[in-house]
Design a binder for this molecule. Structure first.
Ligand code: ZN
Ligand code: ZN
Length: 364
């Protein structure tokens, strides 16, 4: 799908919802619609997408060259620059024209939301995500190829993680090595690094600490980065320094079943919450349900976490092209934890995993 087609879809969505315009500020949404990877600054950059007129990009004068170097120029989007002493919000309101409802970028800074409210006091503000997310969730072939490359890059890193894990090293030292590996594998940015060893593995969003790795430790390694085209990777594998305890190994075997069952449940028309329930039922059946303390997954694309969320209460049916994580885990406070995470694509008849490293507990 081209940027121009995406913009037409937004306009159609605005029209159908009775919204006069969408205002998109720098971030994944703007990049998705125009290819412009604009810097998020205090100065206002804002794509004004009117339901029944051509889009206009409001940019600070000093950002005009950056905007022109982006795909915005080839899209023929008019660029309206503003000087340091002008009020860009008044300019934006002028471009929107008389409006009863505007849709704002979901990640717009609160300061900009309120400044827009000041210049359009009678206009109701709603979230643009309701218009953009339904089609942004379904990745096209080009996006799936991008996410496949991101998956291959993070697989390459996990293949080298065992070489970083040695008793006597700290989580932080291991994390520094992994950061270098993430860049060496082709990412342009490191998004997050979790090296959760021993009891730290019981905290799903632990990052790194000065804890020293010891023989017998499980180590949850959850890592991700951004590729040059903006698409993200995210993959978890669990390692063990030396032999695991029998109790831990038994629980891990159940976790593998849970993750496999949830992936196998993925196909069009199955709901997000059914995938979550599938992962959960396996763990509940083995008495581990209470230890699975987070949702099963999240969408991924130009953001690490985006729709669809694989969680109880989300009755959204899956559709071909949706890409999301399947990442059940178990976490026992003060003791240990484990997680297995793959990014999967919902295909016409099932799923394709974008991560291929073995999912077994990796004994280092
Ligand atoms: Zn992850
Ligand atoms: Zn994840």
């Amino acid at each position: 799908m081209t940027f121009a087609q995406r913009l037409v879809l937004v306009q159609a969505g605005l029209m159908a919802a009775g919204i006069d315009a969408a205002l998109m500020t720098p971030g994944a949404g703007l990049r998705y619609l125009t290819g412009y990877d604009a810097k998020a600054l205090e100065r206002l950059t804002c794509l004004v997408i009117r339901a029944n007129d051509d889009p206009v990009l409001v940019v600070p004068a000093l950002e005009v060259m950056a905007a022109q170097a982006s795909p915005v120029k080839d899209l023929g989007i008019e660029i309206r620059s503003w000087q340091e002493t002008e009020n860009p919000y008044a300019l934006t309101a002028h471009l929107v024209g008389p409006a009863s409802v505007v849709a704002l970028d979901d990640h717009m800074w609160a300061q900009k939301v309120l400044d827009l409210r000041d210049v359009m006091p009678a206009t109701r503000q709603v979230l643009a995500g309701q218009i953009v997310a339904p089609f942004r969730m379904r990745k096209d072939a080009g996006e799936i190829a991008s996410l496949r490359r991101a998956g291959a890059a993070i697989d390459e890193v996990h293949a080298k993680v065992p070489g970083c894990l040695r008793p006597g090293r700290t989580e932080r030292e291991v994390g520094t090595d992994i950061a270098n590996l993430i860049i060496a594998a082709g990412h342009v940015a490191v998004d997050f690094i979790i090296v959760a060893s021993g009891p730290n593995a019981a905290s799903p969003h632990h990052e790194v600490s000065d804890r020293v790795l010891e023989i017998g430790d499980p180590v949850v390694v959850d890592i991700g980065g951004t590729m040059p085209d903006g698409y993200r990777s995210d993959c978890t594998r669990t390692y063990n320094l030396g032999a695991p305890s029998a109790e831990y190994a038994a629980s891990y075997a159940i976790l593998m079943q849970s993750q496999r069952a949830a992936c196998a449940a993925v196909r069009p028309a199955v709901t997000c919450e059914q995938v979550d329930a599938t992962a959960r039922e396996v763990l509940i059946g083995a008495g581990l349900g209470e230890l699975f303390i987070h949702r099963t997954g999240h969408g991924i694309g130009l953001e690490s976490h985006e729709e669809p969320y694989i969680v109880s209460g989300n009755d959204l049916p899956l559709a071909a092209g949706m890409v999301f994580s399947v990442e059940p885990g178990f976490y026992l406070a003060g003791r240990y934890g484990a997680r297995i995470e793959d990014i999967v694509v919902c295909t016409d008849s099932g799923y394709e995993s974008l991560n291929h490293q073995p999912r077994d507990l990796v004994i280092v």
